[in-house]
Design a protein around this ligand. Structure first.
Ligand code: F1P
Length: 346
């Protein structure tokens, strides 16, 4: 995240420099809609971006699995802006999805990690994530860097468009600037997360719940657990739980709540009460001093407080560490998960 922000964000001066986007800033501001296409972890980053763009830029956003989007016949209009998100920049589904959209006249922006990759080359403009090479197959630091880039784009567009006022803009720049140090703080809780992983490593299933900006983080937590620990996991919006998944809850089910302090927090606490009443084991990612949540949880992971717009960059990390330590505890090679490829080029 530090490398991603460096040279682009100047929180004191109130500037975000993104030369790749600047030329198209007006076109993006005036877009009727933004369609985000991606796969896997990158798709989850796109979902967070949907919430952020709609809030800060008041532009309608759709988030599409590239693997579906490429095969159907979507309505694409000339003024549409497509944002393709990809760590590798080589994912075939995402590549073909944007080729199709480009042929129909859409503007293609790429948010890609690998410089000079196919998706970067076919995009009209974009921003590199500068996350460095991902050592493991499962995407981790690329995810948080994608969130940082997408947040910067939204801040820039929202401010230039006038849907984001000066004070809030400056406040969010400070929040973004503080993220790298807060990430370091989150990483300090790794021993606690490892101990929690030991307790739950033999679970057969797990449920991940969150609301708002943290809902995609819950999806990402479940995906990481599946990818590197081979434990069946479901991610859900916490409010959807009562529409089905609640039937799964019993004393053997670990339920991971992404429950940091935000505008959804009271509602999340009531969802935790519903799980506790059914004897589910709650692992909660919370902010310091949140007595209400910690009283309901079996296990807590405390992370620094941050504005809800930037909070997923922090709350995603305990998700990654939990899956990592469970995978290690089970004796798996977490860098090379079975059946997974670094870039899915077919
Ligand atoms: C998408 C992705 C990754 C996942 C795995 C397979 O890749 O689904 O999120 O962890 O490596 O591919 P990308 O388009 O972001 O490179």
């Amino acid at each position: 995240i530090y490398d991603c922000l460096r040279g682009r964000l100047d929180a004191q001066a109130g500037t975000i420099t993104m030369s790749g986007i600047q030329k198209y800033a007006e076109q993006i501001s005036n877009a009727n809609r933004i369609i985000i296409v991606a796969c896997g972890t990158s798709w989850h980053a796109g979902l967070v971006a949907e919430y952020i763009f709609e809030e800060l830029c008041r532009i309608n956003v759709e988030v599409e699995y590239a693997s579906e989007f490429r095969y159907r016949n979507p309505v694409i209009n000339k003024g549409d802006v497509i944002i393709a998100i990809s760590q590798s920049g080589e994912t075939a589904d995402t590549l073909v999805a944007i080729e199709n959209a480009k042929a129909k006249g859409a503007l293609i922006l790429g948010v890609v990690n690998v410089v000079g990759s196919s998706i970067a080359r076919i995009s009209d403009a974009g921003a590199y994530t500068h996350a460095g090479p991902e050592i493991g197959v499962a995407s981790t630091k690329a995810f948080t860097a994608q969130l940082a880039v997408l947040t910067m784009i939204a801040l820039k567009i929202g401010y230039e468009k006038g849907t984001l006022d000066h004070d809030r803009y400056m406040q969010l720049l400070q929040e973004l600037d503080a993220i790298p140090d807060k990430v370091t703080e989150v990483l300090r809780s790794k021993d606690n997360i490892q101990a929690i992983a030991e307790k739950y490593k033999d679970a057969k299933d797990a449920l991940y719940l969150g609301r708002g900006y943290n809902f995609p983080v819950a999806l990402e937590g479940a995906l990481k657990l599946k990818e590197i620990s081979y434990i069946h996991a479901e991610g859900y919006p916490a409010a959807e739980m009562k529409h089905g998944p609640i039937a799964l809850v019993d004393e053997d089910l670990p339920v991971v709540f992404v429950a940091t302090k935000d505008s959804y927090h009271e509602k999340v606490v009531s969802n935790m009460q519903e799980i506790k009443a059914r004897k589910g084991k709650i692992i909660a990612v919370i902010n310091e001093g949140d007595e209400q949540s910690s009283a309901l949880a079996q296990d807590i992971i405390t992370i620094p407080q941050a504005d809800e717009i930037v909070a997923p960059m922090l709350s995603a990390i305990p998700m990654q560490l939990l899956a990592y330590y469970i995978g290690i505890a089970k004796g798996y090679d977490v860098d090379k998960p079975r059946n997974l490829a670094k870039s899915v080029t077919v």
